[in-house]
Design a protein around this ligand. Structure first.
Ligand code: PMP
Length: 292
């Protein structure tokens, strides 16, 4: 992935993709002092860009560092890079990390860096599987108690258990894993939030120890506009038996129907399909304008 054509925005400059390098002794690599974002552009416009940039700033603040560029400057950098790459439908990945001025757990004075990359990521899951509904394992690792980890930060370190869970699921032939939280309640997938459908209402876990995703919030807004009832509450895994449909949602995953979670099966139905279509229209400026 480090030898592609294109450009990277790196500490204020746009440089060729394969020249965007860091030293091996950077704090972000050794001690996970890194935070990142995942955004998507549709028709050349990044969906909810400022919300993502604000979350990036907040993620860094939670880890105790300040990104040396304002929200406005980062928004502008994302737009400039998008224009330079000349692509319309892409994934955007800003990342900020502590540099290599000193080694050791403490890094009070290490410089904070920011880089932004853009690439084409058409579908997060196999498109054929996605239409039928993907299969999720139930992960062994649990989302930690917010007193154990800074769970509101989109911090690189928190993805360690996500990669472990996703790899374990893939080894068993699943597309992804649903993670429980420290209390044993349903939390989310390894890179997306989760929803269920029961009758004509939506259910989703309260995001008190994992990200309240921007896609999740968009789905709730769409549901509210359409008069669909949304219940945010603690959900126990045994309850999945009584739910009709399920889908996961996130910037990369968009709205992806789920057909299986461990022993529980679901049939992607009208509600999931309607929300997939509504989300696809919401994110794309041309379709959003037509719907208004
Ligand atoms: N949870 C996790 C662990 C994620 O990585 C993501 C993707 N950023 C989400 C939820 C969904 O967040 P969003 O909708 O803001 O992309």
């Amino acid at each position: 992935f480090d030898q592609l054509d294109g450009y990277i925005w790196f500490d204020g400059e746009i440089i060729p993709w394969n020249e965007a390098k860091v030293h091996v002794l950077n704090h972000g690599l050794h001690y996970a002092s890194a935070v990142f974002e995942g955004e998507r552009a549709y028709d050349g416009e990044i969906f909810k860009l400022t919300e993502h940039t604000q979350r990036l700033h907040e993620s860094a603040r939670i880890l105790g560092f300040t990104i040396p560029y304002s929200v406005e400057e980062i928004d502008e950098a994302c737009r400039q890079l998008l224009a330079k790459q000349g692509m319309k439908d892409v994934y955007v990945r800003p990342i900020a990390w502590r540099g290599s001025e000193s080694m050791g757990v403490s890094a009070q004075n290490n410089r904070v860096h920011l880089a932004i990359a853009i690439w084409e990521w058409p579908s997060y899951f196999d498109p054929e599987q996605k239409l039928k509904g993907i299969r999720l394992d139930i992960a062994e690792y649990r989302r930690p108690d917010p007193r154990t980890a800074p769970s509101k930060s989109k911090a690189a370190g928190l993805y360690m258990i996500c990669t472990l869970s996703k790899h374990a699921a893939e080894a068993k032939g699943y597309a992804d894993a649903m993670m429980l939280d420290w209390r044993g309640q349903v939390a989310e997938a390894t890179g997306a939030n989760i929803f269920f459908v029961k009758g004509d209402k939506l259910l989703t876990p309260t995001p008190d120890c994992f990200l309240n995703g921007i896609t999740r919030q968009t789905i709730i807004e769409i549901a509210n506009r359409r008069g669909i009832k949304v219940e945010e509450r603690a959900i126990m895994p045994e309850e999945l038996e009584g739910f009709d449909e399920s889908f996961i949602c996130g910037t990369a995953a968009e709205v992806t129907p789920v057909a299986e979670i461990g022993p529980y099966t679901f049939t992607p139905g009208e509600m999931t399909r309607a929300l997939m279509d509504a989300y696809a229209a919401e994110v794309r400026p041309s379709l959003r304008a037509a719907a208004e």
